[in-house]
Design a protein around this ligand. Structure first.
Ligand code: SF4
Ligand code: SF4
Ligand code: SF4
Length: 505
């Protein structure tokens, strides 16, 4: 079994482990260890939360700084889909050419935007307070794609089509925001592909390289592969029949990597204005996809944009895109483009101020720091007095705190602006119920039901009030709408009855 097959099996195993984790989490409620993702950098530095993702981030960075981007070669779940896509394309007789373009700056912009999320967390929640919560995944999972159609689109575009148009591991080379971050630490790694005997110059290593690195040139210049795109997949050592290459450690690393190297190709396969077209297409489509489908789908949008850009170039050139063209070095243009695009991207996608205040208040509410939550919402309402979402959170906080008079006042204020909102009437009813104003509670629940006859919560709540008043006949009339069968309803009524008995001694 050659090393490529072994690696594919290892990558498949990673996905099986993830599938088992998801089943344990959702089906069996085993929720002690949460998502493993490099996004842990945000929870760690943004909130001070050491969750499973943060631990994973620390370990991955540590491994990368010593062994290089081993994770990308042997551990990333999305690597499997990319490699499988390439294998399938090869089996179909298609050998995609690796295209180098300065459009790789897209992933820098995505990374910088991710890092600015840390600052946004500070703005929203204040400076991070360290705590450990391995199973706390709230920051990680909100946005993950769950719909089968979105997942299928990811596989189709980010794996198959992108690889078909731009070559092996195109997602890693153009879109993944973690690539530049891991590349940064890869610079200092001591374990590298190294030249251990004379090279015959046959270029088998370069032809087999998963990431399109000019391996024979690298080892001729540095006696080691110093390109930070190297994912230690070992395809080159496997391809070299002469035994010239070995993956091994060496202390000359700092002298060989005499300056930090980056993913942006020195010579692009495109003319500079085609690079620019690709960047524009990738970022524009990514931006609108994010707005419509959620932030994780940015990566899907970027793939759409890049594919569209390549099609445009093909149309413009009327020839295959793989033929290299030498362009002048325009590093200052590249850096300027990264900085200006990042600033525009951050500005366009940053969380609005009202939502920040709302999120900050919600965080206090979640930790039952009611006074802080109320102060935050009140401050927000002075700036946004007509913001219903903030006022609803304020009302909820008063209710949870047990300050029913204020809760009633806030719900009434909301209802005066939204008289047909059934949920608001239901919530007001609940505050009346907690305050033992049962008649007013029933009145509100009935309004809620009249406005929305499918609002199950209102039926359950009104049934509970009647049970509290000992009116079982009326209670069952409403509870029948909530419970599927009579037995369940009777069990529920008995439970409430026993609880009432206990409370009344
Ligand atoms: S570059 Fe990103 S997608 Fe590619 S293997 Fe590394 S972490 Fe995974
Ligand atoms: S395959 Fe081996 S011998 Fe051939 S160019 Fe690469 S390192 Fe040299
Ligand atoms: S240089 Fe070798 S180990 Fe690195 S990515 Fe290319 S084939 Fe894989």
């Amino acid at each position: 079994m050659n090393v490529n097959t072994k690696r594919l099996i290892v990558l498949l195993f990673t996905n099986i482990v993830i599938a088992v984790h998801i089943i344990l989490w959702y089906q069996f409620g085993y929720q002690r260890v949460g998502t493993l993702s490099l996004n842990g950098i945000v929870s760690l530095f943004g909130m001070g939360l050491l969750n499973s993702a943060a631990v994973f981030f620390i370990i991955t960075i540590f491994i990368t700084a010593i062994f290089g981007r081993l994770f990308c070669g042997w551990g990333c779940h999305f690597a499997f889909f990319q490699e499988a896509a390439l294998k399938i394309l090869n089996k179909l007789g298609v050998s995609p050419q690796i295209v180098n373009s300065k459009a790789t700056i897209i992933q820098y912009i995505f990374l910088l935007k991710t890092l600015t999320a840390i600052y946004e967390f500070w703005l929203i929640y204040g400076y991070p307070q360290f705590r450990i919560g391995l199973g706390d995944t709230q920051v990680m999972t909100v946005d993950l794609p769950r719909s089968p159609s979105i997942i299928a689109l990811f596989l189709l575009f980010d794996a198959f089509l992108l690889i078909y148009l731009m070559g092996s591991r195109a997602f890693c080379r153009y879109i993944c925001p973690w690539a530049p971050m891991l590349a940064f630490f890869d610079n200092v790694s001591v374990w590298r592909i190294r030249k251990v005997r004379k090279c015959l110059g046959c270029m088998s290593c370069t032809r087999s390289c998963t990431m399109g690195i000019q391996v024979h040139e690298e080892i001729a210049q540095h006696a080691a592969v110093v390109n930070t795109n190297c994912i230690r997949c070992l395809a080159c050592t496997n391809a070299c029949q002469n035994g010239t290459l070995r993956y091994r450690w060496g202390l000359n690393v700092i002298s060989t990597v005499h300056r930090f190297r980056w993913l942006i190709p020195g010579a692009s396969g495109y003319l500079w204005y085609y690079d620019l077209l690709l960047v524009a297409c990738g970022l524009t489509v990514a931006y609108y996809t994010q707005r419509w489908l959620g932030s994780f789908q940015t990566f899907l949008g970027a793939a759409w944009g890049l594919c569209f850009g390549v099609f445009m170039i093909k149309l413009l050139e009327k020839r295959y895109v793989s033929s290299p063209e030498t362009v002048q070095k325009r590093s200052f243009l590249t850096i300027g483009l990264i900085i200006s695009s990042t600033l525009i991207w951050c500005w366009a996608t940053s969380t609005p101020h009202d939502i920040r205040l709302l999120l900050r208040g919600n965080r206090f509410l979640e930790y039952r720091e009611y006074d802080k939550a109320i102060a935050t919402y009140r401050q927000a309402l002075t700036e946004y007095p007509l913001h219903d979402e903030i006022r609803a959170s304020l009302a909820l906080t008063y209710k949870e705190k047990g300050d029913y008079q204020h809760a009633i006042a806030e719900y009434k204020a909301l209802i005066s602006g939204n008289p047909d909102n059934a949920k608001l009437h239901n919530n007001l009813g609940t505050v009346y119920y907690r305050n033992e104003n049962y008649d007013l509670a029933i009145e509100e629940y009935k309004i809620a039901i009249a406005l929305d006859e499918h609002l199950d919560a209102a039926y359950g709540n009104i049934g509970l009030v009647f049970l509290k008043e000992g009116n079982i006949k009326e209670a069952t009339r409403f509870l029948r709408k909530v419970f599927q069968n009579e037995d369940e309803m009777v069990q529920y009524i008995l439970l409430i009855y026993k609880n009432n008995q206990k409370k009344n001694g």
